[in-house]
Design a protein around this ligand. Structure first.
Ligand SMILES: [Zn+2]
Length: 428
């Protein structure tokens, strides 16, 4: 069996640090997992007060509650002994342990062993060369105190941990509209949240059906739900710092609902796989002067494609870019998109696998985030071009620029200029 682990929430840790000399602790325990979490703490002989677990759906919420445990204020050298004992696989004699803790001593007896947490807020400063924690855990028996692994939720838990290494503030202030919450869109939502994007607007009218599950980030437990609701709930659990708004509408039929919202987002990422939806987003984004990123898989999952459209006078829209490419001899893959992934027929079997679609989503999310960050003054987020082609299962014989040789290749192309007379690119 793995070693016992004790979990301490930020609230429980604060109560003990700010408390007096000792107190009682109630744990919620899972014996099969050999894990216990502090769920209630007292200050001395005052009543035991509940301290919530890490998250409301934490697995230990279904565990057994066990009281009669203790926390003690301790001398910093006890934590040095904990550190030595942990690293050498030893124990600390009970007499030594008892001498170094304050408060009302609870004597262990045969069959009444207990878990003790000790608090020595001066310990980290006392031993600056080795990181001695201010809170440690012990399993106390009539003979000895055995050091136990502990995980304390720090005050800067979550994205604040990355501050200084990643522009968390700039991204927390950003908002991205995601059109399409399918295989690519669902994975893109998770990726955007993992970058720290503060707000997402999810737009998709579809429900998650059983045949979607093999490629979608949402699991079978969500079958029957709107995809936007399934993704929203998963993000709430995995990435609570991201606020998610949902709009379960069709991008084409409800363009009048999307248009005003586009002015309040930094980027729109379109993962809808129909040609019409992509063209509508290209058009609306340009009119709203919002950057757009379009992501899809082409040729039955052979290649992934990400196109970034800037609302700038020398950059063309989706249609202009495709026209420029076909004028140079490239295939126009847009019409094939209308066959729709997930509705493959025997004539044109659905071959894209979830992992490849999620890879496209990841690069698309990176493109959207880089767009936000470059504008916020982060030159390290400048992209090599405006159109990325990813080899997923490339085949021989395609005309440039789709003539990738290898799976994993990423080719970046520049933008194309607006086509004279384009109804999207020419200002009305
Ligand atoms: Zn155009």
């Amino acid at each position: 069996m793995s070693d016992l682990l004790v979990l301490v929430s930020g609230e429980a840790a604060r109560r003990m640090k700010e408390g007096g000399q000792w107190g009682q602790i109630t744990f919620r325990v899972s014996d099969p997992d050999n894990v216990g979490a502090v769920i209630a703490v007292s200050d001395g002989s005052n009543p035991v007060m509940p301290t919530p677990l890490h998250s409301t759906n934490h697995f230990l919420n279904a565990g057994h509650a066990r009281g009669q445990h203790r926390w003690y204020r301790a001398a910093p050298e006890l934590h040095l002994l904990w550190w030595h004992a942990r690293n050498t696989g030893r124990e600390v004699a009970l007499e030594v342990f008892k001498e170094k803790v304050a408060g009302r001593w609870l004597s262990p007896s045969a069959g009444r062993n207990y878990v003790a947490l000790t608090v020595a807020t001066e310990a980290p400063a006392e031993y600056p060369d080795i990181s001695i924690p201010e809170m440690v855990a012990w399993y106390v028996t009539p003979d000895a105190a055995c050091p136990v692994a502990i995980d304390v939720v720090s005050a800067e838990h979550g994205f604040p941990q990355l501050a200084g290494h990643w522009p968390t503030t700039h991204l927390a202030e950003s908002s991205i509209m995601l059109v399409g919450a399918g295989s690519i869109g669902g994975a893109a939502a998770h990726a955007l949240a993992s970058y720290g994007v503060g707000r997402l607007v999810l737009i998709d009218p579809d429900r998650l059906l059983s045949h979607n599950v093999v490629r979608h980030v949402s699991s079978a437990k969500h079958v029957g739900r709107l995809k936007v609701d399934a993704v929203k709930q998963e993000l709430a659990e995995a990435w609570p710092a991201t606020r998610v708004d949902t709009l379960p509408v069709d991008a084409i039929a409800a363009a009048h609902l999307i248009r005003p919202r586009l002015r309040h987002v930094d980027v729109v990422l379109c993962t809808a796989d129909g040609v019409a939806a992509r063209r509508v987003i290209s058009h609306l984004a340009r009119r709203a002067r919002t950057d757009a990123v379009l992501a899809c898989a082409l040729q039955d999952g052979a290649i992934g494609e990400i196109i970034r459209l800037r609302p700038w006078s020398d950059h063309g829209c989706l249609t202009c870019h495709r026209e420029a490419l076909t004028a140079r001899g490239a295939m126009d893959p847009e019409p094939a998109l209308d066959l729709g992934y997930g509705t493959g027929t025997t004539h044109r079997p659905m071959t894209a696998v979830g992992g490849d679609l999620h890879l496209v989503a990841q690069v698309a999310a990176k493109t959207a985030v880089a767009t936000v960050l470059e504008r916020r003054g982060h030159p390290d987020q400048k992209l090599p071009g405006e159109h990325a082609i990813l080899g997923l299962r490339p085949a021989l014989g395609w005309a440039p620029p789709f003539d990738l040789n290898r799976s994993g290749d990423i080719r970046w192309l520049p933008h194309s200029p607006p086509h004279p007379g384009c109804p999207t690119c020419e200002e009305p």
